[in-house]
Design a protein. Sequence first.
Length: 300
Amino acid sequence: MTKKRLLFTGGSGKAGKHVVPYLLDQGYRVMNVDLKPLDHPGVDNLIADITDSGQMFNAMSSYAGLDELEPGNGVPEFDAVVHFAAVPRILINPDNETFRVNTIGTYNVIEAAVKMGIRKIIIASSETTYGVCFSDGPTDPHSLPLEEDYDVNPMDSYGLSKVVNEKTARAFQRRSGFDIYALRIGNVIEPHEYQELFPYYFKHPEVRRRNAFCYIDARDLGQIVDLCVKKDGLGYQVFNAGNDHNGAIIPSKELAERFFPGVEITRELGEHEALFSNKKIREVLGFKEQHNWRKYVKGE
């Protein structure tokens, strides 16, 4: 059986370097398109710049490896595009460069995929769209938990770029009828970071306020991407990509009252249910968390 071919942009980044191996383990062939290669067995790499439209069209009409020359049937088609490549936050590049790379890059990737007839496109949006993370000064959300129908309105260049990218995805989905899913990815945690970071977070929960105490294990993010690839027919969708619980030992109701006093709670919360809700991915995609922080670090 021929493996499904995935073109994955940004596979060498913090999240991608864990998501790509997960997808390989699920039986996909993955071509990583990035400015630097991912050194992992079985990964095909292509060095390319997402801000160059021609390079994106070329990448999506490319062989993934020399072995694909052998059948003599021309270039195989990609089954899906997963777009993670981006400037990953503010204060790395000037704000206008962050906005340019993220918005133009996403436009180029989606445009090429749609015009090449690739009917499944998954893009990385961000929890920063909710406007709390990179705001000037402490900012309260309008309501909790944070769910996908929230009126997102960030004030920073990174969060704004992700809102624009969601609109770009929606416009191309309307034009094409293809499935285009945007993942509002929470704060990505790599396996080694539980021991390094979480004990400090538990002693100083205030440092996680800007993230609304969310996290997503990079391997669980791989599961979410896999579920998105396999789930057809949803059109344009936005999904929060987060773990089931908060990255805190304080129960959810107490956490909200302590750090977001006066903010409306729109529904009953489970004892430790994430304020950055993953209810939609559980109900629509069938996501089942595998890497709760409690597996890796003691909370008390």
